[in-house]
Design a protein around this ligand. Structure first.
Ligand SMILES: [Zn+2]
Length: 171
């Protein structure tokens, strides 16, 4: 799984706007500013989501948009700049499935190499419902619980790995 090239890689300095050159640093070819010395370090995006179960079934949402439109995934989204990932997981649960949740711990961390928008890291938290009412939110076509034996087509390798870990954990 080779992630796409860094979509944020700049051609001009983020500090002084001069055109950037390149320099090898730690085995990585990095954009560097000859004028002011600024070095660009590429970053993986961070996503966070929830593993919400009911008996032996897991809550999934169906993607409204590309990439992987109409496929299903755990309720999850990108961590905003400066936002903590646990706050993201709680926020995404409310936005995508209408549920207030309490996180019960980190279930797993997964590399995202098959998102055409960016490479990333997905943090998945166990969660319990504390309020709200199940409904499909803004980015979701549908939200429903599935048994492990009857999972729909899952978007993203990271989500498939998280579901496999949940299945094999016996919870
Ligand atoms: Zn510069």
């Amino acid at each position: 799984m080779t992630p796409i090239p860094d979509p944020s890689r700049p051609r001009f300095c983020g500090r002084c706007a001069a055109p950037l050159g390149e320099r090898e640093d730690g085995g990585v070819n990095r954009p560097v500013c000859a004028a002011c010395g600024w070095v660009y370090y590429g970053k993986n995006a961070v996503g966070a989501g929830v593993l919400l179960t009911d008996e032996d079934r897991v809550l999934l949402v169906q993607r409204r948009d590309d990439p992987y439109q109409d496929q299903w995934q755990l309720p999850a989204g990108f961590v905003e700049y400066g936002e903590s990932p646990d706050a993201t997981a709680v926020r995404e649960a409310l936005e995508e499935v209408g549920l207030y949740v309490r996180l019960t711990g980190l279930a797993g961390a997964y590399f995202v190499g098959d998102d055409p928008r960016t490479a990333g890291i997905l943090l998945v938290y166990g969660a319990e419902v504390s309020g709200g009412e199940l409904r499909a939110g803004d980015d979701a076509k549908a939200a429903a619980f599935f048994a492990p034996s009857a999972l729909p087509r899952i978007a993203f390798q990271a989500h498939r790995e998280a579901l496999r870990d949940w299945e094999t954990s016996g919870k």
